[in-house]
Design a protein around this ligand. Sequence first.
Ligand code: CMP
Length: 140
Amino acid sequence: MAGNRTFSMIKPDAVRDGHVGSILQLIEAGGFKIVAMKLTYLTAERAGEFYGVHKEKPFYESLKEVMSESPIVAFVLEKENAVEAYRTFIGSTNPANAAEGTIRKIYAKSLERNAVHGSDSDANAAIETSFFFSQQEIYG
Ligand code: CMP
């Protein structure tokens, strides 16, 4: 059975450009409930750990740099079938393929600077959530 929580980040570009409020407004209007949230900063080393599965990819070093340029907003969302619902909601990883009205279609600048991250499975949602939050920091 699919879980009801997912993990997300608003990436440095989108935070820097002042889109936090607008993005969170869209997410809440889309029926997702925020159950944990923090503005924080990833060093390049921590960004590399977070994206460890991409270690062998050609874009890994650049991704680490982009993700440590300035603060990010990390949060946990609740909704039925959250992982899949949120991935549909934010749109394709590459904004060129993202559907109209999705967060990435509206706010992403490029494949790399794609505004938001969303977990790709329930297992990764749990791992990524615990990367940023203790149990006490999550509501419910
Ligand atoms: P995200 O969903 O956070 O997961 C991995 C990130 O790597 C992805 O969003 C993009 O920011 C980035 N990414 C994925 N594929 C590429 C690529 N081909 N070139 C550059 N960056 C990429």
